[in-house]
Design a protein around this ligand. Structure first.
Ligand SMILES: [Mg+2]
Length: 252
């Protein structure tokens, strides 16, 4: 399996190897790290909820669809400093006039992203596989809900529920995960959140869900330590779910 537990050295899933560094080549620092990893491994074994995955929540852009947005260019068009932080948060401190203009620019780019969207490899098959297994499928996006629904329609995808930025506090706030879990009547610990950005992982962690990073871009290594699993493509997700749930393929 090419998917790996993100801490590089251990996979807490039963049956997989734990490639600890070889003791005879360890430096002092390496021995310390090895010890820490060993403690962490024990801790994760003890704290693993063992609860089956009953829901998977996906980010939209960069996760279900190929990465599209050039946020630096959008910031520049809106007039936000390149280092001015996330666009939605920057808009909160704008005057009404500035904000109205910024929203119009954002909406233009978001709608263009829908019309030009392409699915990430494995997206359709993964969603269908989850549905066959009876696992609920949610979308949690900082985009508007209407754009997520438009992506679903364009690519003939089926989501069980969508939470957009108009529904409540946006990621990295835990609101969206908790809201979807309540909607699906599942616990956060029974839920995976798959995303390509730091906010996806922080949001999942904050809610008590399982963060999964899709590492299909250059910044992924910056975020990987916040994820429980890192995958290169969505093709790797179903085996992780099946392994976690102790099943082999769809549940009859
Ligand atoms: Mg994303």
């Amino acid at each position: 399996m090419s998917a790996r537990r993100t801490d590089n050295v251990q996979n807490n899933t039963k049956g997989l190897t734990k490639p600890y560094p070889k003791a005879n080549v360890l430096t002092r620092k390496g021995r310390l790290l090895s010890l820490l990893w060993a403690f962490r491994s024990i801790w994760m074994e003890e704290t693993d909820s063992g609860m089956p995955i009953k829901a998977v929540i996906f980010d939209l852009d960069g996760t279900i669809t190929e990465p599209y947005f050039d946020f630096d260019a959008i910031r520049e068009e809106i007039g936000i400093n390149r280092n001015g932080g996330p666009i939605l948060e920057a808009m909160e401190s704008m005057t009404l006039e500035q904000r109205t203009r910024a929203e119009a620019i954002l909406h233009f780019h978001e709608e263009k992203a829908v019309s030009e969207s392409a699915l990430n490899p494995g997206a359709k098959d993964t969603l269908e596989g989850l549905r066959q297994r009876g696992i609920r499928i949610g979308i949690l996006t900082r985009n508007r809900k209407c754009n997520a629904l438009a992506v679903a329609e364009k690519h003939r995808l089926c989501f069980d529920a969508v939470v957009g930025r108009e529904d409540g506090p946006a990621k990295p706030n835990a609101f969206g995960v908790l809201h979807l879990c309540e909607r699906f009547a599942v616990q956060p610990a029974e839920t995976m959140l798959v995303g390509d950005y730091l906010f996806d992982l922080l949001c999942a962690r904050s809610a008590g869900a399982i963060p999964v990073l899709i590492a299909n871009h250059d910044r992924a290594p910056e975020f990987a330590h916040h994820a429980d699993f890192t995958v290169q493509t969505l093709h790797e997700l179903l085996p992780i779910v099946d392994n976690h749930n102790g099943v082999h393929g769809p549940v009859a």
